[in-house]
Design a protein around this ligand. Structure first.
Ligand SMILES: Cc1cc2nc3c(=O)[nH]c(=O)nc-3n(C[C@H](O)[C@H](O)[C@H](O)COP(=O)(O)OP(=O)(O)OC[C@H]3O[C@@H](n4cnc5c(N)ncnc54)[C@H](O)[C@@H]3O)c2cc1C
Length: 449
């Protein structure tokens, strides 16, 4: 109960904060998942059958909570557009998806240990008579625990870097999550004395399982065919540096995707696997500009092979990296190709902030191919100030330097960052220390994994 009170106080504080309603809404998803977990605990505590030890109960509930969180990860993997507003965009949904998966795996430790030490044989519940299902239950539990542990491990950044698993192979393995969760859910259904001893708890368990498995089936069978998409033709191809591609795609049919700068789309060209890219510009005829850094095998191949006239498909749009979430004073910080969403905002102005300072960070001027375009934009907009920052000559950008160049950070300042993860992390920490509230720091990460 105290946890529910804490959640309620937090929710009221968010609701009363002087923030854009869209920034408030993004708390609803995580708060709902947390509230669901607490409600699950209360239900299990109130409705559990008599005679089971506290150790057995805690171990069993850890398993149920683990399955609940894993079901939530499957719902978050569905790319359902209406879910984005409750989590703050698809990129944040994927981050939350990863967080729940890690917690789910951590919960398996108390689940396994406490069951091992509870010494409960369940014979008074007829457990010993169901030896075939007991054996099957244990087997399913072992398969799901080992499988899910491995899937979470290969999704962790450091492990991924050591293994160097290609993205497509990782994705293929990752898609087994639903089958492993099914195995975990059946394990609980075969073995769990609490679920089998209480009809309401069994009903809750089945509902939870149905939600998770429906999300998985939707993701595997429906999403692929129903995801919003439109056909385009590559209209303009430029290669301003040896590793940057600047594309304009024009819609082929009558329908173009309703994209705005700063959102992202999935691009597919021919048989090329689809990859997400931020919208770096839009035009009245529905054309979309994408600026792409040749980073790995896929994007390097695209850099060399793509040419004008190639057909392409865009899916989406996704994401809620949007400067209209901020107030009249904004600081934009771009690292390398992280300039893409800011280019998109500049060509799709919407509600323009009164005063914006853009820090465009790159190693040298040669690594900043969009500098002349941004300088031209700054020349026409008195409210827009450009600060090129070259780490080889100026050193890395810091929160102190931002203040020195852009002026004091007022409490209403909103900061938008896009670039390498370490840059986002360091500057977010530094700016928060300088007084920028967390709710005013907005970041777009160019990685889901
Ligand atoms: C929301 C978002 C917006 C992005 N916007 C841009 C942009 O505007 N310009 C730009 O140059 N890059 C952008 N990226 C990064 C871009 O998607 C990756 O650099 C690209 O997919 C790498 O593919 P690769 O095969 O060349 O590299 P690989 O070496 O195969 O992969 C490198 C890393 O890229 C990621 N990645 C690879 N394939 C995919 C995929 N199909 N889906 C998701 N992630 C994948 C993985 O994290 C992988 O570890 C964005 C990423 C995200 C998540």
């Amino acid at each position: 109960m105290p946890v529910l009170i804490v959640i309620a106080i937090y929710a009221v504080r968010i609701a009363r904060a002087p923030l854009d309603p869209r920034l408030k809404k993004r708390h609803v998803g995580p708060l709902s998942v947390t509230t669901g977990a607490v409600m699950l605990y209360l239900a299990w505590d109130w409705l559990r059958p008599e005679g089971l030890s506290a150790v057995y109960f805690v171990g069993e509930f850890a398993g149920v909570l683990s399955a609940y969180l894993m079901s939530c990860t499957l719902v978050l993997a569905t790319r359902l557009m209406w879910l984005e507003q409750w989590f703050g965009g698809l990129d944040r949904m994927y981050r939350q998806h990863k967080r729940y998966a890690v917690w789910s795996i951590l919960l398996l430790t108390p689940h396994l240990l406490l069951h091992f030490f509870s010494g409960f044989d369940g014979s008074q519940y007829g457990y010993a008579h169901r030896t075939a299902s007991v054996g099957m239950g244990h087997l399913l539990g072992a398969v799901s625990a080992i499988g899910l542990l491995l899937l979470v491990l290969i999704s962790l950044g450091q492990v991924g870097r050591i293994l160097r698993l290609p993205y497509e192979r990782w994705l293929f393995l990752h898609r087994l999550t639903g089958l492993l969760l099914l195995s975990a859910l059946l394990h609980g259904w075969f073995l769990d004395l609490i679920i089998n001893g209480s009809t309401p708890l069994l009903a809750i368990y089945v509902t939870m399982a149905t939600v998770g498995m429906t999300a998985y089936a939707y993701d595997e069978l429906v999403l692929r065919h129903r995801e919003p998409r439109a056909d385009y033709t590559i209209h303009r191809v430029e290669r301003p540096t040896p590793d940057i591609l600047d594309l304009t795609l024009t819609p082929t049919g009558k329908t173009a995707l309703p994209v705005t700068g700063g959102q992202f789309v999935y691009l597919r060209v021919g048989g090329w696997h689809e990859h997400p890219f931020s919208v770096a510009g839009t035009q009245a005829d529905g054309s979309v500009r994408l600026t792409i850094r040749a980073l790995g095998r896929g994007t390097r191949g695209l850099y060399t092979d793509v040419s004008e006239g190639h057909p392409a498909t865009l899916k989406g749009p996704y994401g809620m990296f949007d400067h209209t979430l901020g107030g009249p004073r904004q600081i934009w910080i771009a690292g390398g190709i992280g300039i893409a969403p800011f280019l998109g905002w500049l060509t799709h102005p919407g509600a323009e902030p009164a005063q914006t300072d853009l820090f465009y960070c790159a190693a040298t001027a040669e690594d900043a191919p969009f500098l002349s375009e941004l300088t031209a934009a700054a020349a026409h907009r008195p409210e827009f100030r450009l600060h090129p920052t070259f780490s080889r000559s100026h050193g890395r950008l810091t929160a102190e330097r931002i203040q020195a160049e852009a002026g004091p950070i007022t409490p209403d300042t909103h900061v938008f960052l896009c670039g390498p993860a370490s840059m986002i992390e360091n500057l977010t920490r530094g700016l928060h220390r300088q007084g920028v509230p967390r709710q005013h720091l907005h970041a777009e990460h160019f990685a889901f994994r």
